[in-house]
Design a protein around this ligand. Structure first.
Ligand code: FES
Length: 412
């Protein structure tokens, strides 16, 4: 998953040098458009951030509708564009969308598992103007890579990585970390170096979507994290000039929350496969939030006027203890999705913060992970097997959520 917290500054619109349209409000324009082209995916990752009920939202926008989204977002001022999914390459129009995005002046990034990235498509995407490809791995070993994605894709990813180099793309590898692969961080870095990666993003699992369902199996111990951080620091010293290594710390182990999405409705605009507009990639899981759809509402209206994008924008909605907190301008109350998942109210302070009355819920999750030894985790996985992201499981979860009285799990 790409780090959304550090957006680039907006560039002038191509052509005339004109600036993004004036909104007439104090709200800045979106900078980052994430186009989730499809929920279809050949992988079944246990930590996927797609919504659990994604099978209920699988009527995808057409190519023409996506082209309109790109034009409207660029007119609003967006400059960075990520194509993701699911696996975006299951659609055969990615090249068309990249070409238009390039003409519009977006900096484009394809976020992919590598499945479907043939030599032909790589060449076509290069010709269309694609700037950047982020290739995901699940681990440095075939066994764990293939287990966690429930596929046989490890060797394919190695071949794709080599092909990326041949086609002159910067090599950006991404690996989501958790208790099973944190002990292999050195091997993961070695693999990235051997493949010639210029960038390696080691992103600790964020517990939304399918990862939240699998939290008991995936949550690491503090010792695992500290050891992995020390390994990363060592490699940065010895190989930092060759490969830039990012290590995204899991916020359950912090005492202050992250400034999630760099603020709600501040820089990030996501569009789901069915056209739902998302203030954050996990917003679909928030009950009571009606997501506007690009099929029936102009993007400008969605960004500036919709309830979904204004609900947690700025600071005026904050409740105590955030409202009177001197740090509120820094973290903006933290993550809304985490607040909902752990307290049942998205407007509460993110319970990662130790000033939150619900902070204990986070402490208990971390303690539970500490008390489960690695062999204990294997036992737990047998007793409560990992729930892989696939259509059958999604349909079951969607059906269960539709039953009256069945809500999210807000307990810790
Ligand atoms: Fe939704 Fe943080 S993930 S606000």
């Amino acid at each position: 998953m790409t780090d959304l917290s550090q957006p680039s500054q907006p560039a002038p619109l191509p052509g005339s040098g004109a600036q993004p349209e004036d909104s007439g409000t104090a709200v800045p324009p979106p900078l980052w458009l994430l186009a989730e082209l499809t929920y279809r995916c050949p992988l079944h990752c246990a930590f996927c951030y797609n919504p659990l009920d994604y099978t209920d939202h699988n009527r995808e926008l057409t190519t023409a509708q996506w082209l309109d989204v790109l034009r409207d977002a660029r007119a609003l001022g967006a400059v960075q564009l990520g194509f993701s999914g699911g696996e975006p390459l299951v659609r055969d129009d990615v090249e068309v969308l990249v070409e238009e995005a390039h003409k519009l002046g977006f900096y484009t990034n394809l976020i992919t598992s590598g499945v479907g990235l043939t030599e032909q498509r790589l060449g076509d995407l290069k010709a269309a103007g694609l700037d950047h490809i982020q290739l995901s791995f699940q681990d440095s070993t075939q066994e764990l890579n293939d287990f966690l994605s429930s596929t046989r894709t490890f060797e394919l990813k190695q071949r794709v990585a080599a092909a990326l180099k041949r086609h002159g793309f910067p090599m950006v590898l991404n690996c989501v970390l958790h208790r099973y692969n944190l002990p292999h961080v050195d091997k993961i870095i070695e693999m990235a170096l051997a493949l010639g990666a210029e960038y390696l993003e080691l992103a600790n699992t964020q517990y939304y979507g399918w990862a939240r369902e699998n939290q008991a199996q995936l949550m690491p111990t503090r010792e695992q994290l500290e050891e992995a951080e020390a390994v990363v620091a060592r490699y940065r010293r010895t190989h930092g000039g060759r490969c830039k290594i990012f290590f995204v710390v899991p916020d359950y182990f912090e005492r202050r929350p992250k400034r999630c999405m760099n603020g709600w409705g501040a820089v990030f605009l996501g569009v789901a496969p069915d056209g739902a507009a998302l203030p954050c990639h996990a917003a679909r899981g928030l009950p009571g939030l009606t997501l506007p759809n690009v099929k029936d509402t102009p993007l400008r209206e969605i960004w500036y006027e919709s309830d979904a994008f204004n609900r947690f924008r700025g600071l005026s909605w904050l409740k105590e203890p955030c409202r009177s907190c001197e740090e509120k301008e820094h973290d903006l109350g933290g993550c809304r999705c985490q607040a909902y998942l752990l307290t049942g109210d998205a407007a509460n302070a993110d319970p990662v913060c130790d000033k939150s009355p619900f902070h204990d819920s986070v402490v208990k999750i971390v303690q539970r992970a500490a008390s489960a030894s690695v062999s204990g985790a294997a036992t737990a996985a047998r007793e409560q097997p990992i729930l892989f992201r696939n259509d059958a499981n999604s349909r079951k979860l969607a059906a269960a959520a539709r039953e009256p009285g069945v809500g999210g799990d807000h307990g810790a």
